[in-house]
Design a protein around this ligand. Structure first.
Ligand code: PFF
Length: 449
């Protein structure tokens, strides 16, 4: 990344990174599996108390250093440069993520295609079978869709930040929101809507436990693209004199809103079709929305196609942001051409992606630690690498970067008491909260065995 974003370009790019399949695919699935409202409450608290704080910390590292993640730590650490630069390698987490993420975008491509040809399943049962057929039996479709998505992503990254990323975001974000709002208006006319509101917003504190908390924490990191170098990389191109506090608040608001709107729509129709929201698997969003679109006939097909296509774009703007940190690092450190860096990263991502497909097929299935390779990459990145990356970022900004340097950066946009509160959070509260969740979960894990 050499050139800078425009001011609005920065917000759109980071919001484009944040809003994606995390909101559309992960969020409803986890909300369903983890008991609804309690999970949402945890997610909102952790997004504000940890996500927001670490987001600003990560942004500070990027803005002050104007480097890729590894070289940023090297440049800013006054001593132990080499050791700190290893923290930058948490960016490998985003490469692991993109390998399964591109596959999920591939599923969305398949559903967009089914909408266009008017072949979506017309009941929830059929929809579940259709989804299972795709993920457990259909190598060819997954292979073709994944490969297509893979090339589109790498093509966009090869164009660099201005041409590739900015333009895409200008269109993607508004259209996705317009479609979501139209779906919400339709959902409001259904009986399932009130049940969905209750399920999502009336807190049931009995359902809060350490597993849910770790899931919610992982989702807060995943959905804000934190802890794996993406925000450092994008902030390295943050234009001067940008009010990054309001930008960050906007991004967090947009991201929360996208998840909640998505959740409301998906759960309305789960209730409307008479199903138990706790009993749905990872294909939740596909299963529920595909059925809805089919039941609406031709209008549903057109709407479904528009919706799944904008979801593909939302996913692509996130995927692009996962590759940029490593590409930026390889280009800076080894003076590689962008093309060569992308070929290297691409080979790695492609192999992992194919392994993800194979690990879930019933003919070639393989498991590691009781999980498919896909699930392993997903859990490892969002429940270990991202939170760990978050703790290290907080420690670096809270204890290694000088307070005066941060004050100069923050002064025009966040002063006095607000800065002091953020600083206490970044030094103590946020990293400690993440640490306690991780450790408690780990101890629980050992006690079980
Ligand atoms: N925030 C993206 C989403 O919610 O879909 C996922 C993501 C993007 C994770 C970029 C990590 C990342 F570096």
């Amino acid at each position: 990344m050499s050139s800078k974003f425009s001011k609005i370009g920065f917000i759109l790019a980071v919001a484009g990174s944040a809003v994606g399949l995390g909101n559309a695919w992960k969020f409803p699935t986890l909300v369903g599996q983890s008991g609804g409202s309690a999970f949402i409450l945890l997610y909102i608290i952790l997004t504000l108390g940890v996500g927001f704080v670490i987001f600003l910390a990560e942004l500070s590292i990027g803005k002050i250093s104007e480097k890729d993640p590894v070289n940023a730590y090297k440049k800013l650490a006054p001593k132990y440069k080499k050791a700190w630069s290893f923290v930058g390698f948490t960016m490998i987490g985003s490469i692991l993520i993109v390998s399964f993420y591109a596959l999920v975008i591939g599923w969305v491509v398949k559903y967009a295609y089914l909408s266009v040809i008017g072949q979506l399943p017309n009941s929830l049962e059929l929809s579940k079978i259709e989804f299972e057929n795709l993920t457990a039996h259909d190598f060819l479709s997954q292979f073709v869709c994944f490969t297509l998505v893979f090339f589109v992503i790498f093509y966009i990254v090869s164009k660099g930040i201005k041409n590739g990323i900015e333009r895409l975001n200008v269109w993607m974000m508004p259209s996705l929101f317009i479609l979501l709002i139209l779906m919400l208006i339709y959902a409001m006319s259904k009986d399932g809507f009130v049940l969905a509101l209750k399920f999502l917003f009336i807190p049931d504190f009995h359902k809060i436990n350490i597993s849910n908390t770790l899931e919610a924490l992982g989702l807060a990191f995943f959905s804000l693209s934190l802890g794996v170098g993406t925000i450092i990389t994008y902030s390295a191109s943050l234009p001067d004199r940008t009010n990054f506090i309001t930008s960050t608040l906007n991004i967090i608001f947009i991201n929360l809103l996208a998840g909640l709107l998505m959740g409301l729509v998906v759960f309305t129709f789960i209730f409307e079709f008479g199903y138990d929201p706790n009993q749905q698997g990872p294909g939740f969003v596909f299963v529920s929305l595909a059925t809805l679109f089919e039941k609406l006939g031709l209008v549903g097909h057109i709407f479904g196609a528009a919706f799944f296509i904008s979801l593909v774009f939302a996913g692509i703007t996130s995927a692009v942001s996962m590759i940029e940190p490593s590409a930026f690092y390889l280009i800076n450190t080894f003076k590689m051409s962008r093309k060569k860096a992308l070929v290297l990263i691409g080979i790695f991502v492609y192999i992992l992606g194919i392994l993800c497909i194979l690990s879930s097929l019933d003919t070639t299935q393989f498991k590691i630690l009781g999980m498919s390779f896909f699930e392993l990459l997903d859990s490892f990145s969002s429940k270990i690498i991202m939170p760990l990356g978050g703790i290290l970022i907080a420690i670096f900004v809270g204890f290694v970067i000088k307070r005066e340097t941060l004050e100069i950066l923050f002064k025009p946009y966040m002063r006095g008491i607000f800065f002091k509160i953020w600083y206490i959070f970044v030094r103590f509260i946020s990293p400690l909260a993440v640490f306690v969740v991780l450790i408690t979960k780990l101890i629980g894990f050992y006690i079980k065995f």
